[in-house]
Design a protein around this ligand. Structure first.
Ligand SMILES: [Zn+2]
Length: 392
């Protein structure tokens, strides 16, 4: 057991029946099917401390969302055909569905409730696999995200007087969280994502670094398509620890979208679960070094729901529980989900928790060079500005 943590201390996992309600329909990539295979694997590796998400109130949602937007979600939730409006359309990323306000408010409520447990000291590490809806904007839905649970949790901590470091490892830019805290010197957002020239949402260039009152507190590291474990990890290790040391956060919030994986159908990075495992261990270490362990991790994107998402979630939980990663995935788990995986063209089920090192080809030297250049630019421009923010 590392870090002097009590042996029986279990990370809190936000999950309950309401988690399954967030469902844009059968053909939508962000499917509640991931909770079947995903929560099942979490239980198999040892998770047994669950918090069912409560619904966030309108007043809570208004902390980051415009009241007019929340009212519109209520209306579309009863009349899904009333659109298109505010990012919702039947043909787009966010098709309105009956009951979507309640479903989205439960995702938001789950992250808020987990943060409240951390703030009260009832929990130190918490994980919300269904959270991480980082694209939702104050006034519109975007990229499968209705309410920004991540930003709401960050806001909760910030309003309690904390300095918050937000680390976004999803393959897409954490644009909603960044926008909401753009000019807030108490919140540092850092996002690693595939280049905006190649992928949604088209923002997150290295030059984007925060508003006039908070320069240096938005950090963006756009990565080349084809990036694999080696340079992704190198970049994360090069950027996050010095930022944490300079910013001195008192709470950590992280987003662990697994759509960076080579198997993911929606993006073009080439990661394996090996990189994810190491990155989440780094976040754990930083939480013990800087924030007395106070750390809320969320899920996020991830659309290979049998081969990738469950293992990515298990790796977060194992890091939070300070347990070794088992070599193999449980045979009973593989057997249980093999049929579904095959039906959805995501077979065979993986035999090992960590992918074999040769799952993907190595990355070209120019990819690594470009990524390291970007990381250094992002880091240096933030480190130049942070002292002024801290002194202000
Ligand atoms: Zn820990």
């Amino acid at each position: 057991m590392k870090h002097g943590t009590a042996p029986d201390s279990q990370p809190l996992v936000v999950f309950g029946p309401r988690s399954l309600l967030y469902d844009f329909g059968v053909d939508h990539p962000l499917t509640p099917r991931r909770f079947g295979s995903g929560i099942d694997l979490l239980r198999a590796v040892g998770a047994d401390h669950f918090l069912p998400p409560p619904e966030a109130s309108d007043a809570e949602l208004h902390r980051v969302h415009d009241p007019e937007y929340v009212s519109a979600v209520h209306m579309l939730s009863e009349y899904p055909d009333a659109g298109p409006m505010l990012g919702f359309s039947t043909w787009g990323d966010d098709p309105p569905f009956y009951g979507m306000h309640e479903a989205a408010a439960a995702v938001a409520g789950g992250s808020i409730a987990a943060m409240d447990r951390i703030l009260s000291g009832a929990a130190t590490h918490a994980f919300h696999p269904g959270g991480g809806l980082h694209h939702a904007m104050p006034h519109r839905a975007s990229g499968f995200c209705i309410y920004n649970d991540t930003a709401l949790a960050v806001a909760r901590a910030r309003d309690a007087g904390h300095r918050v470091l937000y680390v976004d490892l999803d393959v897409h830019h954490g644009d909603g969280v960044e926008a909401i805290f753009w000019n807030d010197p108490q919140v540092l957002t850092v996002s690693f994502h595939e280049s905006p020239t190649a992928l949604f949402p088209g923002t997150g260039f290295v030059q984007e670094c925060g508003g006039d009152d908070a320069l240096g507190t938005a950090v963006n590291v756009p990565l080349e398509p084809g990036t694999s474990d080696a340079s992704w990890l190198e970049v994360v290790h090069r950027v996050v620890p010095p930022l944490a040391a300079a910013f001195r956060p008192t709470i950590l919030v992280s987003q662990h979208g697994s759509d960076t994986h080579a198997y993911d159908p929606l993006a073009h990075l080439n990661l394996t679960t090996r990189a994810m495992a190491q990155a989440v261990r780094l976040v754990d270490e930083l939480s013990h070094r800087h924030t007395e362990g106070r750390w809320l991790a969320t899920g996020g994107g991830g659309y290979d729901v049998y081969r990738v998402v469950p293992r990515a979630w298990a790796l977060v939980w194992l890091a939070q529980a300070h347990r070794e990663v088992p070599d193999e995935t449980p045979a009973a788990w593989r057997a249980k989900w093999a049929g579904d995986a095959e039906r959805h063209f995501q077979a065979p089920m993986p035999l090992t928790m960590l992918d074999p090192a040769d799952l993907v080809a190595g990355e070209p030297a120019r990819v690594r060079e470009a990524n390291l250049r970007t990381a250094d630019t992002a880091l240096q421009s933030s480190l130049r500005s942070l002292p002024e923010i801290s002194a202000a």
